[in-house]
Design a protein around this ligand. Structure first.
Ligand SMILES: Cc1cc2nc3c(=O)[nH]c(=O)nc-3n(C[C@H](O)[C@H](O)[C@H](O)COP(=O)(O)OP(=O)(O)OC[C@H]3O[C@@H](n4cnc5c(N)ncnc54)[C@H](O)[C@@H]3O)c2cc1C
Length: 243
């Protein structure tokens, strides 16, 4: 794994998705170190003096692809103190610091295996870089990848268009969307919360699949317990835990 580096970055774009969910695009002063899909960065918004301690920071999955090292993208939702400050203080042109890469949440899509990716809200950002790379490989090598992605309402299903295009580009990839409210017939979004029961019935061999979970702590705990109750061994439940 590359040694983590600290990078001064400029906020180049902020997309407001509503419901206090944002995409933040960062332009690092140097190309970011190599990272792999699923890894995360530490973001600090207070000034950093390299001769002093690293300031207060939070971690965010890198949503942009690993081959795009001159621009980094993260998604965040406002939860507590730090993310409230991000919402209030960050503007295009603001200076922030990022430290990366970190984490070992790597999705393996091997021939003959089925991977179920369960994403809640901004948790999808842990999968987007992997999915872009997987779709770009094309062909059928015997692997199967199924993304199950839930959000509060269809407008918060970020990347939905991109994910649908990726699934069209590689037929071994499927994406199923869920929205807790506002899912109208014909939109391609299942009404209700992302549930294990729905994922289980959509998979080809659910008892043999490997499950990757990314999202808020309550979702991880709930789905993790249900998977264990269905007999999925711990080594086939991979978690990008957010607490
Ligand atoms: C590996 C990893 C990847 C992450 N990736 C992302 C990401 O891509 N986007 C993103 O928005 N966040 C991500 N997080 C969560 C993020 O680092 C912060 O913990 C979160 O944004 C809350 O920070 P805060 O200071 O606003 O809240 P705090 O004041 O630190 O916490 C407030 C309360 O909210 C709880 N809490 C913390 N995180 C969440 C959450 N996500 N959902 C519900 N409750 C929570 C805490 O337990 C605490 O009780 C990731 C966390 C980890 C460990």
């Amino acid at each position: 794994m590359a040694t983590p580096r600290k990078l001064r970055c400029t906020v180049s774009e902020i997309l407001d998705h509503g419901d206090r969910v944002y995409t933040l695009r960062l332009k690092p002063e140097f190309p970011a170190p190599r990272f792999t899909a699923g890894q995360f960065l530490h973001l600090a918004i207070d000034p950093y003096d390299p001769s002093a301690f690293w300031p207060d920071s939070r971690v965010f999955s890198v949503a942009s692809p690993p081959d795009q090292r001159d621009g980094l993208e993260i998604l965040y939702s406002v939860v507590g103190r730090f993310t409230s400050r991000m919402e209030a203080e960050l503007r295009v042109g603001s200076e922030v610091w990022a430290k990366l890469p970190y984490g070992e949440f790597v999705v393996a899509a091997l021939p003959g295996t089925e991977a179920a990716l369960l994403a809640g809200g901004t948790g999808v950002s842990a999968f987007t870089a992997f999915l872009r790379g997987y779709a770009a490989c094309g062909g059928d090598d015997g692997s199967r990848v199924h993304l199950f992605y839930g959000a509060r309402h269809p407008g918060l299903l970020l990347f939905r268009g991109l994910l649908q295009r990726l699934a069209l580009a590689r037929p071994t990839l499927r994406a199923t969307f869920f929205a807790e409210s506002g899912a109208a017939p014909g939109q391609g979004v299942e009404p209700g919360r992302l549930s294990l029961a729905a994922a289980w019935s959509a998979l080809q061999r659910p008892a043999a699949a490997t499950y990757y979970l990314s999202g808020p702590p309550a979702m991880i705990r709930g789905l993790g317990a249900e998977l264990a109750a269905r007999g999925i061994p711990p080594e086939r439940i991979r978690v990008d835990a957010w607490d």
